[in-house]
Design a protein around this ligand. Sequence first.
Ligand SMILES: [Zn+2]
Length: 230
Amino acid sequence: MVETKKKKKAKRERKERRFSPEQTYASGAVVGVGMLGALAAGAGVWGQWISEVPHSYAPFLFGGGAIALGASLWFGDAGAVPVRVGDAGIALERGTELTRLAWCDLERVEVSGKQLLAKGKGATFSIPIAAHPKAVAWILAEGTRRVPDVMNVKRTELAALPEPKDLDGELVPLEGVQVAGKHCAATNKPIAFERDARICPNCAQVYLKDAVPKKCVTCEKDLGSSAIEL
Ligand SMILES: [Zn+2]
Protein backbone atom coordinates (compact mmCIF):
# COMPACT_ATOMS: atom_id res chain seq x y z
CA MET A 1 0.00 0.00 0.00
CA VAL A 2 1.34 3.35 -1.01
CA GLU A 3 0.87 6.21 1.32
CA THR A 4 -0.12 9.29 -0.57
CA LYS A 5 1.07 12.51 0.79
CA LYS A 6 -1.30 15.39 0.63
CA LYS A 7 0.00 17.82 -1.97
CA LYS A 8 -2.31 20.59 -0.92
CA LYS A 9 -0.48 23.02 1.24
CA ALA A 10 -2.13 22.95 4.59
CA LYS A 11 -3.30 26.32 5.73
CA ARG A 12 -2.58 26.81 9.35
CA GLU A 13 -5.91 27.63 10.88
CA ARG A 14 -5.70 30.79 12.87
CA LYS A 15 -7.60 30.77 16.10
CA GLU A 16 -8.36 32.80 19.14
CA ARG A 17 -9.94 32.37 22.53
CA ARG A 18 -13.18 34.09 23.33
CA PHE A 19 -13.77 35.11 26.95
CA SER A 20 -17.14 36.20 28.26
CA PRO A 21 -16.99 38.66 31.13
CA GLU A 22 -17.25 37.05 34.54
CA GLN A 23 -19.78 38.13 37.10
CA THR A 24 -17.95 40.24 39.62
CA TYR A 25 -18.97 41.58 42.97
CA ALA A 26 -19.19 45.05 41.45
CA SER A 27 -21.34 44.01 38.51
CA GLY A 28 -23.55 41.94 40.86
CA ALA A 29 -24.05 44.98 43.03
CA VAL A 30 -24.84 47.05 39.95
CA VAL A 31 -27.46 44.56 38.82
CA GLY A 32 -28.88 44.56 42.36
CA VAL A 33 -29.17 48.32 42.34
CA GLY A 34 -30.82 48.08 38.94
CA MET A 35 -33.42 45.61 40.18
CA LEU A 36 -34.19 47.73 43.22
CA GLY A 37 -34.40 50.67 40.87
CA ALA A 38 -36.88 48.85 38.67
CA LEU A 39 -38.96 47.89 41.70
CA ALA A 40 -38.89 51.46 42.97
CA ALA A 41 -39.86 52.70 39.53
CA GLY A 42 -42.73 50.22 39.47
CA ALA A 43 -43.87 51.29 42.92
CA GLY A 44 -43.63 54.88 41.80
CA VAL A 45 -45.80 54.26 38.77
CA TRP A 46 -48.28 52.39 40.90
CA GLY A 47 -48.41 55.12 43.53
CA GLN A 48 -48.70 57.93 41.04
CA TRP A 49 -51.10 56.71 38.42
CA ILE A 50 -52.88 53.61 39.54
CA SER A 51 -53.75 53.79 43.19
CA GLU A 52 -56.64 56.05 43.94
CA VAL A 53 -54.90 58.26 46.42
CA PRO A 54 -51.66 59.58 44.97
CA HIS A 55 -48.72 59.37 47.32
CA SER A 56 -46.80 62.52 47.61
CA TYR A 57 -43.49 60.69 47.41
CA ALA A 58 -44.37 58.77 44.24
CA PRO A 59 -42.75 61.14 41.70
CA PHE A 60 -39.54 61.14 43.69
CA LEU A 61 -39.58 57.34 43.95
CA PHE A 62 -40.17 57.02 40.24
CA GLY A 63 -37.38 59.42 39.34
CA GLY A 64 -34.87 57.75 41.64
CA GLY A 65 -35.81 54.30 40.42
CA ALA A 66 -35.46 55.26 36.78
CA ILE A 67 -32.07 56.83 37.41
CA ALA A 68 -30.82 53.77 39.30
CA LEU A 69 -32.07 51.48 36.55
CA GLY A 70 -30.45 53.58 33.87
CA ALA A 71 -27.19 53.74 35.79
CA SER A 72 -27.10 49.99 36.27
CA LEU A 73 -27.71 49.35 32.58
CA TRP A 74 -25.00 51.83 31.68
CA PHE A 75 -22.35 50.62 34.12
CA GLY A 76 -23.33 47.01 33.73
CA ASP A 77 -22.57 47.19 30.03
CA ALA A 78 -19.54 49.40 29.97
CA GLY A 79 -16.27 47.55 29.93
CA ALA A 80 -17.81 44.12 30.36
CA VAL A 81 -17.83 43.00 26.74
CA PRO A 82 -16.38 39.68 25.55
CA VAL A 83 -12.64 39.75 24.86
CA ARG A 84 -10.77 37.63 22.31
CA VAL A 85 -7.09 36.74 22.46
CA GLY A 86 -5.22 34.73 19.87
CA ASP A 87 -3.26 34.62 16.64
CA ALA A 88 -4.45 38.01 15.42
CA GLY A 89 -3.99 39.90 18.66
CA ILE A 90 -6.63 41.21 21.04
CA ALA A 91 -10.22 41.93 20.06
CA LEU A 92 -13.19 43.46 21.84
CA GLU A 93 -16.63 42.26 20.91
CA ARG A 94 -19.23 45.02 20.96
CA GLY A 95 -22.49 43.47 19.88
CA THR A 96 -21.72 41.95 16.49
CA GLU A 97 -18.74 44.21 15.89
CA LEU A 98 -15.15 43.15 16.54
CA THR A 99 -12.56 45.82 17.20
CA ARG A 100 -9.06 44.44 16.79
CA LEU A 101 -5.57 45.35 17.91
CA ALA A 102 -2.93 43.18 16.24
CA TRP A 103 0.13 42.13 18.24
CA CYS A 104 2.32 44.01 15.76
CA ASP A 105 0.37 47.23 16.36
CA LEU A 106 0.60 47.12 20.15
CA GLU A 107 2.78 49.84 21.61
CA ARG A 108 2.35 49.30 25.31
CA VAL A 109 0.45 46.98 27.65
CA GLU A 110 0.17 48.07 31.26
CA VAL A 111 -1.97 48.03 34.37
CA SER A 112 -3.79 51.18 35.39
CA GLY A 113 -5.88 50.82 38.52
CA LYS A 114 -8.26 47.94 37.94
CA GLN A 115 -7.82 47.95 34.17
CA LEU A 116 -5.39 46.38 31.79
CA LEU A 117 -4.60 48.95 29.13
CA ALA A 118 -3.51 47.76 25.70
CA LYS A 119 -2.34 50.81 23.78
CA GLY A 120 -1.80 50.53 20.08
CA LYS A 121 -1.78 52.44 16.86
CA GLY A 122 -5.16 54.06 16.60
CA ALA A 123 -6.82 52.41 19.59
CA THR A 124 -6.51 51.73 23.29
CA PHE A 125 -8.34 48.85 24.89
CA SER A 126 -9.26 49.09 28.54
CA ILE A 127 -10.07 45.68 29.96
CA PRO A 128 -11.49 45.36 33.50
CA ILE A 129 -9.27 42.80 35.25
CA ALA A 130 -11.91 41.68 37.76
CA ALA A 131 -14.36 40.78 34.98
CA HIS A 132 -11.69 39.27 32.74
CA PRO A 133 -9.03 37.51 34.84
CA LYS A 134 -8.53 34.68 32.35
CA ALA A 135 -8.43 36.93 29.28
CA VAL A 136 -5.89 39.18 31.02
CA ALA A 137 -3.79 36.15 32.00
CA TRP A 138 -3.80 35.03 28.36
CA ILE A 139 -2.96 38.49 27.04
CA LEU A 140 0.04 38.60 29.36
CA ALA A 141 1.18 35.07 28.49
CA GLU A 142 0.80 35.45 24.73
CA GLY A 143 2.04 39.02 24.69
CA THR A 144 5.18 38.05 26.60
CA ARG A 145 5.84 35.28 24.10
CA ARG A 146 4.99 37.23 20.95
CA VAL A 147 5.87 40.87 21.59
CA PRO A 148 7.80 41.03 24.88
CA ASP A 149 9.10 44.56 24.25
CA VAL A 150 5.68 46.19 24.65
CA MET A 151 4.73 44.34 27.81
CA ASN A 152 5.07 46.68 30.75
CA VAL A 153 3.33 44.64 33.43
CA LYS A 154 4.98 43.24 36.54
CA ARG A 155 3.79 39.84 37.58
CA THR A 156 3.52 41.13 41.16
CA GLU A 157 0.93 43.69 40.01
CA LEU A 158 -1.34 40.84 39.11
CA ALA A 159 -0.53 38.28 41.78
CA ALA A 160 -4.16 37.21 42.00
CA LEU A 161 -4.43 36.29 38.32
CA PRO A 162 -4.99 32.65 37.43
CA GLU A 163 -2.45 30.71 35.38
CA PRO A 164 -3.58 30.51 31.76
CA LYS A 165 -5.00 27.05 31.08
CA ASP A 166 -5.69 25.33 27.82
CA LEU A 167 -9.40 24.99 28.57
CA ASP A 168 -9.86 28.69 29.27
CA GLY A 169 -12.36 30.53 27.14
CA GLU A 170 -13.85 29.17 23.96
CA LEU A 171 -11.54 28.42 21.02
CA VAL A 172 -12.98 29.99 17.87
CA PRO A 173 -11.65 30.45 14.32
CA LEU A 174 -10.51 33.94 13.47
CA GLU A 175 -13.10 36.09 11.78
CA GLY A 176 -13.32 39.65 10.62
CA VAL A 177 -9.59 40.18 10.15
CA GLN A 178 -9.05 42.87 7.50
CA VAL A 179 -5.79 42.94 5.55
CA ALA A 180 -6.90 44.56 2.32
CA GLY A 181 -6.01 48.24 2.57
CA LYS A 182 -3.12 47.67 4.99
CA HIS A 183 0.44 48.36 3.92
CA CYS A 184 3.18 45.80 3.57
CA ALA A 185 5.55 46.18 6.53
CA ALA A 186 8.59 45.59 4.32
CA THR A 187 7.80 47.69 1.24
CA ASN A 188 5.06 50.00 2.53
CA LYS A 189 3.07 49.18 -0.60
CA PRO A 190 -0.70 48.87 -0.12
CA ILE A 191 -2.19 45.39 -0.09
CA ALA A 192 -5.13 45.30 -2.47
CA PHE A 193 -6.24 41.69 -2.14
CA GLU A 194 -6.30 39.21 0.67
CA ARG A 195 -4.66 36.58 -1.56
CA ASP A 196 -1.58 38.81 -1.94
CA ALA A 197 -1.05 39.01 1.80
CA ARG A 198 1.20 36.91 3.99
CA ILE A 199 1.02 37.11 7.76
CA CYS A 200 3.64 36.68 10.46
CA PRO A 201 2.33 33.78 12.59
CA ASN A 202 3.87 35.32 15.67
CA CYS A 203 2.85 38.98 15.66
CA ALA A 204 0.31 39.13 12.77
CA GLN A 205 2.35 41.66 10.82
CA VAL A 206 1.21 41.84 7.18
CA TYR A 207 3.45 41.57 4.09
CA LEU A 208 3.00 41.33 0.35
CA LYS A 209 3.61 37.74 -0.69
CA ASP A 210 6.63 38.70 -2.82
CA ALA A 211 8.19 40.83 -0.12
CA VAL A 212 8.23 38.51 2.90
CA PRO A 213 11.58 39.05 4.67
CA LYS A 214 13.67 36.33 6.30
CA LYS A 215 12.93 37.84 9.68
CA CYS A 216 9.79 39.74 10.64
CA VAL A 217 10.57 43.45 10.79
CA THR A 218 8.35 43.87 13.85
CA CYS A 219 8.97 40.88 16.12
CA GLU A 220 12.28 39.74 14.55
CA LYS A 221 11.26 36.09 14.54
CA ASP A 222 12.24 33.93 11.57
CA LEU A 223 9.64 34.37 8.87
CA GLY A 224 10.33 33.45 5.24
CA SER A 225 8.34 30.35 4.32
CA SER A 226 6.57 30.21 7.68
CA ALA A 227 4.51 33.29 6.74
CA ILE A 228 0.90 32.21 6.45
CA GLU A 229 -1.79 32.74 3.86
CA LEU A 230 -5.24 33.84 4.80
ZN1 LIG B 1 6.27 39.16 13.42
